[in-house]
Ligand binder design. Structure first.
Ligand code: PLP
Length: 474
């Protein structure tokens, strides 16, 4: 009996002839050309058909039989077994290819300006890293010792925190540091106060750890310390530039907060968000400078260099740093060597200070531009510092509707309502002026002021839509 399969053998091939045959039979079963129950030619017929020795055909069948593809039935012949053909997994098709996202202009807060031409200082640091061999073995889970030393000097100089390398832990940024801190120091069910309106990623981090969140109102000076209940395990606060309303916690309130924490034994978590960019006077020293036993301070490169670097630091009492490092040593989760080594070079060469000075000048101009354009349409707050201002709007306007309308006009905006949880307050827009190029900032402000000058009634379907999911940078 001849098989109808187009079998071939390649005598010059590297695969033995019996394996070539076996492979072709397998492929035929898999793609359905040979069905279960199909009778195969005898080894004699197959050998004749292909002009090979009968032993070759026999070896091919032996192989296939051993693998379960075929079976010999005494006196009847050789048959394909019931191997359900295994087809390659079907690719899932979406009904239609997704529309490519339109490039939007953005005034969302939280992302610094990224210079398209890297600075010589930046290039020098990375060149230096590239010429070193990586350290042997696992690094210190608290961070590179030399970097911890350099950062202790840095936060002492720029944030007034008198500390030693033992007080520094290198993190992947603020949110990473916060999550680690909550995991190691807080018990699920503990109560943590978070500013309202406030940083949503802090809320998510606390919720993920099973903490109960207490919404605490803020005013133009920041957290309303007098409203903190006494039964809290921790407070998360942005004293340098309250996120998103922009208040700066005054000295009297800082002292009140420390006194409250000492009395109630609560932990204060200072997110030093935006502290590097003050435009009128020098920044106030960090809260942690008042009491490092009570305050854990979180710093980041996200607002000064780039959030994509994923690098930051945590400053705390040495026993806390030790606990966090021990936890990390077990979990294997700490920042990689190249980024740490690069930051070390940047700190040593003064590149970080220099980049901050350069950005500060750029942002000061942009802030002036944004404030001047937006002041006629509401009350601008938080303009003394940082990378964003907040425009408080008249009560009859709906900020989410405005953001949706802005999106339709090509502009991505963050409505203040997205940051509010239970504490009511006026509508507003959180305007980040750092990210766009200068011409794009101009275009974005033109779109926004045109909308604000002629606020449209909400269209059906546009009312109260969230303009975009709050992102990590929100
Ligand atoms: C209040 C606040 N803290 C911290 C960050 C930065 O976090 P990370 O260092 O994790 O990038 C942001 C980013 O937008 C922020 O808004």
């Amino acid at each position: 009996m001849q098989t109808s399969l187009p079998l071939v053998v390649d005598r010059s091939g590297s695969l033995p002839l019996h394996l070539q045959l076996a492979e072709q039979f397998r492929a035929a079963v898999l793609d359905g050309r040979l069905q279960a129950g199909h009778r195969l030619p005898s080894t004699r017929d197959l050998a004749k058909q292909l002009s090979v020795a009968r032993a070759v055909a026999q070896a091919a069948y032996d192989q296939l039989q051993a693998e379960g593809w075929i079976e010999g039935r005494t006196g009847a012949g050789t048959f394909v077994t019931d191997v359900a053909p295994l087809r390659p997994a079907e690719r899932r098709r979406t009904a239609s290819a997704p529309e490519p996202e339109r490039e939007l202009l953005t005034l969302r807060p939280g992302i610094p300006y990224i210079d398209p031409t890297p600075d010589p200082g930046w290039r020098r640091a990375w060149r230096e890293v590239s010429t070193q061999s990586p350290p042997r073995g696992y690094d210190d889970a608290a961070g590179l010792p030399a970097l911890r030393t350099a950062l202790a000097e840095h936060v002492g100089r720029v944030r007034g925190i008198a500390c030693a390398p033992e007080n520094i832990l290198i993190t992947d940024g603020t949110v990473h540091g916060l999550r680690l801190l909550l995991t190691v120091t807080q018990r699920p069910g503990d109560r943590i106060a978070i500013e309202d309106p406030g940083y949503l990623n802090a809320v998510v981090a606390a919720r993920d750890h099973g903490l109960r969140i207490v919404d605490v109102p803020v005013d133009r000076d920041g957290l309303r310390v007098a409203e903190l209940p006494d039964d809290l395990a921790a407070v998360y606060v942005t004293p340098s530039h309250q996120y998103p309303l922009g208040g700066r916690l005054p000295v009297a309130r800082r002292n009140e907060l420390i006194r409250w924490a000492r009395r109630t034994n609560a932990l204060l978590i200072e997110d030093d968000y935006d502290s590097e960019f003050r435009f009128d006077v020098a920044p106030l020293p960090a809260l942690a400078q008042l009491d490092l036993d009570r305050v854990v301070h979180l710093g980041t490169l996200s607002k000064t260099l780039s959030p994509a670097l994923r690098l930051g630091w945590l400053v705390a009492a040495a026993p806390t740093v030790d606990r966090l490092a021990a936890f990390r040593a077990d979990s294997g989760d700490w920042p990689g060597w190249p980024m740490q080594a690069a930051l070390l070079a940047m700190l040593r060469d003064g590149y970080l200070d220099q980049a901050i000075r350069k950005h500060r000048r750029r942002y000061a101009d942009r802030r002036t531009q944004a404030c001047a354009a937006l002041a006629p349409y509401g009350r601008v707050v938080g303009q003394e510092a940082g990378l964003h201002i907040t425009l408080l709007l008249p009560n009859h306007l709906d900020d989410r509707t405005l953001a949706t309308q802005a999106r339709a006009a090509g502009l991505d905006l963050a409505p203040l309502s997205d940051y509010r949880r239970t504490t009511p307050g006026p509508p507003g827009l959180v305007i980040g002026y750092a990210t766009p190029t200068t011409p794009d900032l101009h275009k974005a402000l033109t779109i926004l002021t045109t909308l604000l000058a002629h606020p449209q009634p909400p269209l059906d379907g546009l009312t109260h839509q969230t303009a975009g999911r709050p992102t990590a940078s929100d």
